[in-house]
Design a binder for this molecule. Sequence first.
Ligand code: DGJ
Length: 449
Amino acid sequence: MHPRILKKLATDTRSQHCTRMLTAALLVAASVMSATAGQFEETDRTNPSALQDDANPAAIRSGELWPDDEGVHINAHGGGILKHGDTFYWYGEHKAEHTSNALVGVTCYSSKDLLHWHNCGVALSVTDEHGHDIERGCIIERPKVIYNNVTKKFCMWFHLELKGRGYDAARYGVAVASRPEGPFKFLYSQRADAGTWPLEFGEKELAVVDTLNAANFKQEWTPAWLKAVDEGLIVKRDFPKGQMSRDMTLYVDDDGKAYHIFSSEENLTLHIAELTADYLHHTGRYTRVAPAGHNEAPAIFKHDGTYWMITSGCTGWEPNEARMFSSTSIWGPWTQHANPCRGPKAEKTFGGQSTFILTIDHSSLRSGAGGTPLNNEHSSSISNVQSASNNVQSSINNVQSSINNVQYIFMADIWRPRHPIDARYIWLPIEFEEGKPIIRWREEWKPDF
Ligand code: DGJ
């Protein structure tokens, strides 16, 4: 039986108590068939909790199931958003039922209003070629896509771990496409900036690096070891083969320069690396942020000339308290601030972990990392989409007026390591209080256009 028919059966029977067992069996069968066919769309149907009738969400409800236009919970985790033309594209990790390893690849959804999403399918597929960098079963995390206005290419970067090697490889992967929904062609994966010191390592710093010797630090996490990490102990260790590259995001600045921001040095230090003009390689210019500070999950935006970066601590799939940093230059120095979250579970990032911050500039009608300008026709059609309840509407207007026509949306993941496909999303507007970003919990809200 075709998986679509199995899904139909499952949907038709799910309200009947006596046929629930049959439904579950059919879903498992669908899962096996779809895995064979390598089809992400059908694999999604294996999540019974995602089968629901509501394909028309009225508001963003963080932490709840988020149905796409077919009523299936969106499967695009650790992701990011690209605005291209009048359309938002959401790229993320496809998660399976019982493993976080990549069985499918990077998925893509499209939307005109950030609320209603259409499943565009698999943007970057894993392969069955044995030994390939993105062989099925590898780990692909936190994919982000930016558009290069010069080459007219969509450039995808992601965190890659090679199949069967846990989190040891610590590489970034790069893929490219001519259309936003793909297919993306895998180009290469590697560690970062082999044979290159960070920009801030001058003669004085390199003299200190020269004295650092891993053999002198039998015990980790001592003040002496942390000081040595701060001074470059792990940068030195990985200098020949390249710096580790795990949790990541991309950022395109106002001048068109793009940056890859990632957890490096055993997740102890963030690196910001400049990209080449085609957005496909590092230039070799990079800086370190919060050395020995143990940050993951970087997400960044710029407001009134200040870069704000929100990160998490390192507790695996468990949530922890968000951190926030600011700088007036991408090259630092970066200053740490208090946790920006407010409301229930604020000390655990509302149960989630940051992944991306979307910028929507309503005044210039230009939005997103690598986004392209919208014209007025697009803008009015987007305004027409708005149909929120009065309550939701007024809370959104407050958000918008507080930040002068520019909206920033904080995006995070609520991981479900035992049932990865059921992971949830947190999307909340960023507000400003005393000049600093804050993220207030909202049960529901709707982005304004
Ligand atoms: C936390 C990271 O932020 C996730 O992307 C993932 O790598 C998990 N750790 C794995 O434990």
